[in-house]
Design a protein around this ligand. Structure first.
Ligand code: NAD
Length: 295
């Protein structure tokens, strides 16, 4: 198959490179960041000069972009995917998008006879590198089945959730849980360390006890090193949780843990940590208590 890949940052980069490394699909890449494109062309992908060039002739066009407004601009904006995509081609959005934006783009694509799948991913940059990420997909089942060979070239866990938009809802639920777990882990580590425990021993115990979670290891690794360089930016996590809370509002579902965690993220962003890793919510506690988990 021919694949057009737009947005090769922290997540899109390794996903795109895995398609190149692990399959015979021909990949054409576009990103505003030339250095990011080079990490893919070095392995055999072809660089496109524009969104149109990455779109034309591809069987599947994929995006992995930061915010819903970016996905909107790249799909529906001037010179966007919609302007150059044609019948028989499929558009797949791998970003964590807003359900309402997924539906808006899906409707615009459908009006031109183009099928769309929303296919957000989970597993972080490590999962993207190892091709172990989960992909939760919404959209027509036949379109999903046809796209599977491409999706499976960079993921061992591809799940069809239902109609367009359902992949995104699953992703927002997952990320709300992940961020609540990270916030709880930050509190727990500060409590233990303030009580005088050795953080390494505490982390070892929790890693093998019922307080563990998928976010505990990445958060505690960053806590011990004191390096909060983003593999998943706090600004993006804040966006995801905002979208989950918006969905809760719309559906009348109380999200107390989610709302409290969102406020914690807001504090961290207020401290200027938006571009740091999402685990830097711990920095709020460390700063307030004038103490770090790192010994
Ligand atoms: P990122 O900022 O590292 O990468 C985004 C890339 O998109 C950048 O290379 C940027 O140059 C490019 N880009 C932005 N606007 C563009 C445009 N108009 N045209 C072409 N390229 C453009 O972000 P990321 O961490 O890779 O996240 C991408 C998406 O995946 C987000 O929706 C995020 O929420 C989601 N996600 C991220 C992670 C993670 O751990 N980082 C995990 C799961 C899902």
């Amino acid at each position: 198959m021919k694949v057009g890949f737009i947005g090769v940052g922290n997540m899109g980069g390794p996903m795109c490179r895995n398609i190149v490394k692990r399959s015979n699909h021909q990949v054409t890449v576009f990103d505003l960041n030339k250095a990011a494109v080079k990490t893919c062309t070095d392995l055999g992908a072809t660089a496109a000069a524009s969104i149109a060039e990455a779109t034309r002739g591809a069987d599947v066009v994929m995006t992995s972009l930061p915010f819903p407004k970016d996905v909107e601009a790249v799909t529906l904006g001037d010179g966007g995917i919609l302007a150059s995509i044609g019948k028989g081609q499929t558009y797949i959005d791998l970003s964590t998008n807003a359900p309402s934006m997924v539906k808006k783009i899906g409707a615009a694509m459908a009006a031109k006879g183009i099928a769309m799948l929303d296919a957000p991913v989970s597993g972080g940059t490590a999962g993207a590198e190892a091709a172990t990420i989960a992909i939760m997909v919404g959209g027509d089942k036949k379109v999903f089945d046809d796209a599977l060979p491409v999706l499976q070239s960079f993921s061992a866990n591809v799940i069809h959730m239902g109609e367009l938009g359902t992949g995104t809802v699953a992703k927002l639920v997952n990320n709300m849980l992940a961020f609540c777990n990270a916030a709880a882990a930050a509190e727990g580590l500060m409590l233990g360390v303030t009580a005088g425990l050795d953080p390494r021993k505490l982390i070892q115990v929790i890693s093998n006890s019922s307080g563990n979670s998928a976010t505990f290891k990445p958060l505690s690794d960053k806590a011990l090193s004191g390096d909060f360089t983003a593999t998943f930016a706090l600004d993006l996590a804040y966006k995801d949780l905002h979208l989950a809370l918006e969905l809760g509002d719309e559906l009348g579902v109380p999200l107390q843990m989610g709302a409290s965690t969102h406020n914690l993220q807001r504090l961290a962003r207020g401290m200027g940590l938006g571009k740091s890793d999402s685990s830097s919510v711990l920095r709020v506690y460390e700063t307030l208590l004038k103490r770090t988990v790192k010994p």
